[in-house]
Design a protein around this ligand. Structure first.
Ligand SMILES: [Mn+2]
Length: 490
């Protein structure tokens, strides 16, 4: 009796423990894109594909970082968009028309994924495998990537093979070469070889142009599921900008500011950044893609912070330029206001059916007029010298997302990022030297106007100065010096 009771007590404890453990293991985000979303995207692609075509999408390769360590893996956004698969060694074949297998079974997609491998999974993490891909991704026709090279499927009857980067076709391994007899890999390599870059598109079976236009058309117009993630990425990035405004002090380093942004992103659940964070103080802001962030003391200059959180694959792109000492100087104020006005001028043009060039012209001419007024340039065409980049781009799974650059359509999400950069030794009064301002915001195009997704981060001169004056939770967050500096040893 007693021991029975003890046994049942143990069994209750065990099951309790078990449920606690499995509960703990389940502490995962619940807002990933669904398999229905990815299936919807494959169906949408199929509807746009030309007759008798097949689309081929490879997983991104792994990249080596140091010795036997790879960079954190980042999936090819197209493959993620169409499948939700996050592992390397995979390739998707999407068919316009239903195909018939050797046993008469019908299919319109074929997905090769990395097979499961218990030993490898102990080192580099769990794999979905063929069964997992079927169940979790909802793709019915899945094979092991180990079978891909020699897989017996004839591509000859297809009029077009839509493939964006023929260079993604992997080189055959020694084993593949031995067993290749018209398998899928050999066929793709032969098609790549016969593709001539300068030949008219109709002469080539591999068609990169149609692939680019089709995926750009789809990916540039965001679905509600994508918008939920993109909104979150943008809002988290704004939170980073706002909190850094409160915390910033002239004795901080560029690296520390970068770390604050990226800590805040992670604090709110963003796994990564969509691109290398750009944190440039003073003249460093003139370097458009400055990612070294090595200045040890930002001082009293302005600091340009172009940082974007990546949330479940979707990336924001938000830039704020702020005075580290809390007050814009007269010169900084003058330049900042021109960039702000240029952004406002561009915003006013945004709606369904407007054009990129209308927005760009509005911003560019505002900057030209402003710089002429200040005597920094004499003619409108000189504006290129101080505003050398484009006005904006699509954002999404890529920070520079694929999409058309003519007409803007409802549900596109774009950046508007005018800037003025005056490197030292420029041909203007030296009081302007070293000033760099970029303001970058993310906008959702609506039927008759736009929604400013990044409105949460202060943008006007007054709002920024007010935010910098606010208290920060980091005000009393003082880390001790490194132990070696205090001469104390244990
Ligand atoms: Mn950008």
């Amino acid at each position: 009796m007693h021991s029975k009771r003890l046994l049942s007590f143990i069994s209750i404890c065990t099951s309790l423990l078990f449920s606690i453990t499995s509960f703990a293991q389940d502490q995962l985000p619940t807002d990933y894109l669904t398999k229905e979303f990815h299936k919807g995207r494959r169906d949408a692609a199929r509807a746009l594909m030309p007759d008798n075509s097949v689309m081929v999408v490879f997983a991104a390769p792994t990249r080596n970082y140091a010795n036997d360590v790879d960079y954190n893996y980042h999936q090819n956004p197209d493959l993620y968009y169409f499948t939700g698969y996050k592992e390397p060694d995979a390739v998707l074949f999407l068919f316009k028309e239903k195909q018939k297998g050797s046993n008469g079974e019908e299919f319109n997609e074929l997905f090769f994924v990395r097979p499961k491998n218990e030993m490898a999974e102990r080192w580099t993490g769990k794999r979905l495998g063929e069964t997992g891909a079927k169940e979790k991704l909802g793709i019915s026709n899945v094979e092991s990537y180990a079978k891909f090279a020699s897989y017996n499927f004839d591509l000859t009857p297809f009029a077009k093979v839509l493939l964006y980067t023929p260079n993604d076709i992997p080189a055959p391994s020694a084993k593949d070469t031995a067993s290749q007899t018209g398998g899928l890999l050999t066929q793709l390599l032969q098609l790549k070889q016969s593709t001539k870059k300068d030949a008219p598109a109709s002469n080539n079976k591999i068609d990169t142009k149609t692939y680019e236009v089709l995926t750009g058309y789809l990916r540039s117009v965001k679905t509600p599921e994508e918008m939920a993630l993109l909104r979150k990425a943008v809002e988290i990035s704004c939170q980073g900008q706002t909190e850094v405004m409160k915390a910033i002090r002239p004795n901080m380093s560029e690296l520390e500011i970068q770390g604050l942004h990226e800590y805040i992103h992670k604090r709110y659940g963003a796994e990564s950044v969509g691109y290398g964070s750009i944190v440039g103080s003073g003249a460093n802001g003139c370097i458009l893609h400055y990612v070294e962030n090595t200045k040890t003391k930002i001082g009293n200059d302005m600091i340009l912070m172009d940082v974007g959180a990546e949330y479940h694959g979707y990336t924001a792109d938000v830039t704020r330029t702020i005075p580290a000492d809390g007050k814009f100087s007269a010169e900084e104020r003058a330049i900042y206001q021109i960039v702000y006005d240029a952004q406002e001028a561009a915003f006013k043009t945004l709606k369904n059916g407007s054009t990129w060039s209308a927005a760009s012209t509005a911003a560019r001419s505002t900057i030209a007029q402003g710089l002429m007024k200040l005597g920094i340039i004499k003619e409108e065409k000189e504006v290129r010298q101080y505003f050398p980049h484009g006005l904006g781009h699509h954002i999404g799974l890529d920070v520079h997302d694929r999409g058309p650059y003519d007409t803007l359509r409802k549900d596109m999400v774009i950046t508007i990022e005018p800037g003025i950069y005056i490197p030292p030794n420029s041909k203007c009064d030296k009081k302007w030297w070293g000033i760099a301002v970029r303001i970058e915001d993310d906008a959702l195009i609506r039927e008759n106007d736009y929604e400013l997704l990044s409105r949460y981060a202060p943008r006007s001169i007054d709002d920024i100065e007010k935010m910098i004056a606010e208290k920060s939770v980091l005000d009393n967050y003082n880390l001790p010096p490194l132990p070696s500096a205090t001469k104390k040893a244990f």
